[in-house]
Design a protein around this ligand. Structure first.
Ligand code: GDP
Length: 445
């Protein structure tokens, strides 16, 4: 998981501080030394770390943390704010043109994930009601043009290219004309990548930029390369001028050095992050939520958004109705569990919960809650008769034994499932009453 090591170390450090009543300047110094080390181990740029620690130190003294009754909390608050600032303060999506189609040049080195990200962006904005056009201009890797065309087909987005023999500048220019004719309002240009940064590449990208005057020039770079990614970003920024960065492969990046350094080093905000090979794994980057996750405060907002995009609204209303009429069955329960599973890996989901993110508890929970647990639940529910699933109240002792035998589990397992189901049903019922304004009473625990 991203920031795993950093999160564990920071949380460890602050836990120690919490244990103390009043803090001395030396306590603070010792804690910041640990924070500094943790950041360096996460592969954060040295200058960025120095600056960060300097700011936290000054603010901690200035804010009279040491006099406070809850010094640890004050420090955590400062660290959270500074981590957020480090990554870019607010969220920064794409800036759209107010008058005509918006053009985005995606630039980067080969293998960074540029072509895949072009497809992800097209899907992301298509879902938001835009009309994207994917443009294949990576003429040095002819397979890239075909790859993009295939991606475009998968998400049903129009594709434009002139093939590998045309000049990238010509492709980009003609793509803009094509988009205007077809009323596509978002032009995503997959530019040519190289293995290394060289003058030829930069010159070509500069001419493309002059030719189509894009709203955004976004560097797509592999987060797993850590400080190399930061250096690549710096070079592109100096040579070409960037409006933002998309970090890919965050799913494989445990340290997070690039995510924490790019903004400070280049001044360019991280606009999105890629967290998988599939096309729906592009997420807007929210520095404040990231900071909260690093400090183990969770990212409930992202979790809710993920849930909203996974659960369709109609289904949700149907479930709500069933709950209100007390018709919510074990079959519905199973279906809901499967939906939750389809939201992402349990690791990703648990990482967003407060108190779990990055900490050691995550590993404990994972061990308890591996995929096998779901398989067992499924087996138990499948071993019930339709009548039992609809009306679990009839499941008496002998039926419990039969279900346990049928599913290869124990009676205790069946008991646990039924108890859990009953609790969930009660909780959902209360929630839906509150949600519908029926029950103004407080939720019972
Ligand atoms: P390009 O040369 O920059 O166009 O790179 P590609 O788009 O072809 O991507 C290179 C490889 O990285 C492909 O195998 C992609 O599936 C993979 N990839 C891209 N983005 C991500 C990501 O966010 N996570 C993971 N795990 N793989 C990614």
């Amino acid at each position: 998981m991203l920031f795993q090591g950093l999160a564990e170390k920071l949380q460890e450090t602050f836990k120690k501080l919490r244990g103390k009543g009043k803090l001395t300047e030396n306590d603070l110094k010792a804690a910041l030394r640990e924070v500094r080390l943790a950041l360096l181990e996460a592969d954060v740029n040295l200058a960025v770390v120095k600056n960060f620690i300097g700011r936290v130190w000054e603010r901690s003294l200035g804010a009279e943390v040491l006099e406070s009754l809850t010094p640890a909390q004050q420090i955590i608050k400062i660290v959270k704010e500074e981590l957020t600032a480090l990554m870019g303060d607010t969220r920064s999506g794409i800036n759209f043109s107010a008058t005509g189609p918006t053009t985005i040049l995606l630039v980067g080195l080969q293998g960074g994930g540029k072509t895949t990200t072009a497809g992800k962006l097209a899907l992301y904005y298509k879902k938001q009601g835009k009309r994207p056009l994917l443009v294949g201009a990576d003429v040095y890797r002819p397979a890239a043009i075909k790859q993009l065309e295939v991606l475009a087909g998968q998400i049903d987005v129009p594709f434009f290219s002139l093939g590998a023999d045309a000049s990238p500048v010509e492709i980009a220019r003609r793509a803009v004309e094509h988009a205007q004719r077809q009323s596509q309002d978002l032009i995503l240009v997959d530019t040519a990548g190289r293995l290394h940064i060289d003058e030829e590449l930069m010159a070509e990208l500069r001419s493309m930029k002059e030719a189509v005057e894009p709203q955004e020039v976004i560097l797509v770079v592999d987060a797993m390369t850590g400080q190399d990614a930061v250096n690549v970003a710096r070079a592109f920024q100096e040579e070409l001028g960037l409006t933002g960065v998309i970090l890919t492969k965050l799913d494989g990046d445990t340290r997070g050095g690039a995510a924490l350094s790019v903004k400070s080093v280049t001044g360019c905000p991280i606009k999105f992050v890629g967290t998988g090979e599939k096309l729906d794994t592009l997420q807007p980057f929210y520095p404040d939520r990231m900071a909260a996750r690093i400090l183990g405060m969770g990212d409930v907002l992202s979790l809710i958004e993920r849930a909203q995009s996974t659960f369709d609204q109609e289904k949700a209303r149907e479930i709500e109705k069933k709950l209100r009429r007390q018709e919510f069955t074990l079959e519905d329960f199973l279906e809901q569990i499967e939906r939750v599973r389809s939201m992402g890996s349990l690791e990703q989901l648990l990482g967003m919960l407060p108190g779990v993110g990055g900490a050691k508890e995550l590993r404990k929970l994972q061990a308890q809650f591996d995929g096998k647990e779901f398989v067992r639940l499924e087996a138990m529910i499948n071993s019930m008769t339709p009548e039992e699933r609809r009306n679990p109240a009839i499941i008496n002792g002998s039926r419990r034994k039969r279900i346990a035998r049928g599913s290869g589990t124990s009676v205790q397992d069946v008991n646990r499932l039924l108890k859990h189901f009953e609790q969930t049903r009660k909780l959902f019922k209360q929630l839906s009453e509150v949600g519908s304004g029926k029950g103004s009473r407080k939720l019972k625990p």
